[in-house]
Design a protein. Structure first.
Length: 367
């Protein structure tokens, strides 16, 4: 969509697009969004102009289209110039308040049979040209990806993770190696016990965006992994149980993590939505849910709603079940997909870690 013409008006600049539609940009907005080198740093892309410290004179001498540089140029009465690119004006053509980025709801799955393109690729494919883009696309589409034929070593796994971004630090460290034989485990993940479907980090304000797991050694029976699409559950509840959806998207549920010298607690809805009521994040961990109290009637409704989500998450028909094996690296969207594990006997060693959500979104914008 290119610009057909511009017309200065009292309140701002009217831009008419080639398709005949139009947008009106206030004069102060145009000055504030100038992309000239003095107004927007050419390297950092940080705003240099400050339209608040002194009230600018927003009366104009003229405004015109610079087709050679794909800019609109505004010459102000105070002798300064503003340059606003066609791309920026086009991206802002429609008025809308900034919203938290919604999860991709076009390909959510209610069972593994609904996954049309199975998210799997080899290690060599991932490390090759176009591999990262395909890996990211799998996660965006289905919420997880498996990388096969990976050397069963911490080094190879960390190398895989760092191809996306740096590994996030948490109370468990950064990139870690662990097994199920710790003498005093501070989380059920480090035991042989079964773990119900959940997301990690309900007790921190910014839950990990992606989680990666790789089984390095396996001499055990059981321990199958399960993945559940939490977004699919949320959308099912929106349609079939709208009152429960509203409860789970409006009540802040506290999560907590307690050990010697540490007491973490954070609160947010199980289904976090943006101002368009689109699902942004699923945050569900019955193991780490902290005590809280509501009005008796509302508390009863909360339990009913929570039970529906809990039972759907634990419905075996909704789960993708598989075995983590040496050489097979799992990465999943911790803001969307719930993960679980059956109990096991024997020995198992794993490695892995977290990525921040913003780093995942950053790479998606760039590829």
């Amino acid at each position: 969509m290119s610009i057909q013409l511009i017309t200065p008006e009292n309140e701002g600049l009217k831009v008419v697009w080639l398709d005949g539609s139009s947008s009106s940009f206030p004069w102060l907005w145009l000055r504030d969004h100038s992309e000239s080198e003095k107004d927007l740093h050419p390297n950092s892309k940080q705003r240099q102009i400050d339209v608040f410290s002194e009230k600018p004179d927003n009366s104009i001498i003229k405004a015109f289209i610079d087709q050679n540089n794909n800019n609109v140029v505004v010459k102000w009465a105070d002798q300064s110039d503003s340059f606003i690119s066609f791309d920026l004006l086009q991206s802002m053509a429609t008025v809308s308040s900034p919203s938290a980025q919604a999860l991709n709801n076009s390909t959510y799955w209610n069972s593994s049979s609904e996954i049309k393109i199975f998210p799997e690729m080899s290690y060599d494919e991932f490390m090759g040209d176009g591999g990262l883009k395909k890996w990211l696309s799998h996660i965006q589409r289905n919420g997880f990806v498996l990388v096969t034929e990976t050397l069963a070593s911490p080094h190879a796994t960390k190398e895989l993770m760092e191809r996306m971004a740096y590994v996030r630090n948490s109370i468990f460290g950064g990139f870690s190696v662990w097994d199920n034989k710790l003498e005093n485990p501070d989380d059920t993940a480090f035991t042989s016990l079964a773990i119900e479907p959940h997301t990690d980090g309900t007790y921190v304000h910014d839950a990990p965006g992606l989680q990666t797991l790789h089984c390095l050694q396996k001499d055990s029976v059981g321990g199958e992994s399960q993945l559940v699409d939490g977004l699919a559950i949320a959308e099912k509840m929106r349609v079939e149980h709208p009152d429960y959806f509203n409860i789970l998207s409006s009540i802040n549920i506290p999560g907590r993590y307690i050990k010697d010298g540490i007491y973490l607690e954070a609160k947010r809805p199980l289904i976090r939505v943006n101002d368009k009521n689109e699902v942004v994040q699923i945050s569900f961990n019955n193991h780490d849910r902290a005590p809280f109290r509501l009005d008796n009637d509302l508390m009863s409704q909360f339990y009913e709603a929570y039970k529906v989500f809990h039972n759907l998450a634990n419905d075996k028909s909704r789960q993708f079940q598989f075995m983590l094996e040496p050489g097979k690296v799992l990465t999943f969207d911790n803001w969307r997909v719930l993960h679980a594990r059956s109990s096991l006997t024997g020995y198992r060693q794993l490695c892995g870690g977290y990525h921040n959500r913003e780093d995942f979104e950053s790479k998606l914008r760039l590829i």
